[in-house]
Design a protein around this ligand. Structure first.
Ligand code: ADP
Ligand code: MG
Length: 233
């Protein structure tokens, strides 16, 4: 079964056509990347799928459930990490994870603590955490209920190479355990290490799609950044 099926999805904000009719599928167990520069519509697509905002047209299904109709069922099997997610600054990391676990039918706080990998700092207030530490805590929160689909918006954005690598390893670990991932990134250079398949987005449409290796071959490019530049030329 496909984890995500999207057909001719459109989203307008008033007169602004943010997503102009895109189609793609994500297979079960896959790490799929929606890749492109800022402002091309990545976050909009993810927010529609996460049932945060309503689509304007087209169809989207998540594990057979229809977005816009079966939203309650969808919310039970997905988790969504917003781009600019904040954590409750006054809480300690440990209390944040315990608090958030109350919202899930089933969740594993111990596993989340392990993923966050904050050591003794898990007992400190979140306001004292670095950006990388906060992001790890939030990713742990997003994965603690073992969602069937994790939708992560720019999970490594703004992180240094060590922290970004750690987040990528967490994603790979969970994918190996069966979670399907749909992530967005404007960092085209990291996706070849992480994503099984990617869709390149520009101006509200998908301009190319496939396995990173094959795309580089097809465009005779050294990396995905070069692929993208050749595609939009
Ligand atoms: N709430 C909103 N109201 C109006 N326009 C928006 C809103 N959110 C996003 N947009 C516009 O939609 C387009 C796509 O934005 P977004 O989905 O955030 O792109 P990305 O995640 O690729 O940076 C941009 O032109 C942006 O300005
Ligand atoms: Mg975005």
């Amino acid at each position: 079964m496909q984890a995500v099926v999207i057909e001719n999805l459109k989203k307008n904000y008033g007169k602004i056509k943010a997503v102009k009719g895109i189609s793609f599928n994500v297979k079960k167990g896959e790490i799929f990347g929606l890749i492109g520069p800022n402002g091309v519509g990545k976050t909009t697509v993810l927010r529609v799928l996460a049932t945060i905002i309503k689509k304007s047209d087209g169809k989207a299904k998540i594990f057979g459930y229809e977005v816009g109709k079966d939203d309650e069922a969808i919310r039970k099997i997905i988790s969504y990490l917003p781009e600019e997610a904040g954590a409750y600054k006054n809480m300690r990391g440990i209390d944040y994870l315990k608090f958030m676990s109350n919202f899930f039918q089933k969740s594993d706080v111990d596993k989340a603590i392990e993923i966050a990998n904050l050591g003794e700092r898990i007992y400190d207030k979140i306001e004292s955490y670095s950006k990388g530490m906060t992001r790890r805590l939030l990713v742990a929160r997003a994965l603690m209920a073992m969602p069937k689909l994790a939708i992560l918006d720019e999970p490594t954005s703004g992180l240094d190479v060590v922290n970004a690598n750690e987040i990528r390893n967490i994603i790979k670990e969970y994918a190996a355990m069966g979670t399907t991932f749909l992530i967005s990134s404007h960092n085209m250079l990291e996706v070849e290490y992480l994503c099984h398949r990617i869709a390149l987005m520009n101006n509200g449409i998908i301009v190319e799609e496939g396995e990173p290796e094959k795309l580089m071959e097809k465009y005779d490019a050294k990396n995905i950044e070069e692929v993208f530049l050749k595609v939009i030329k």
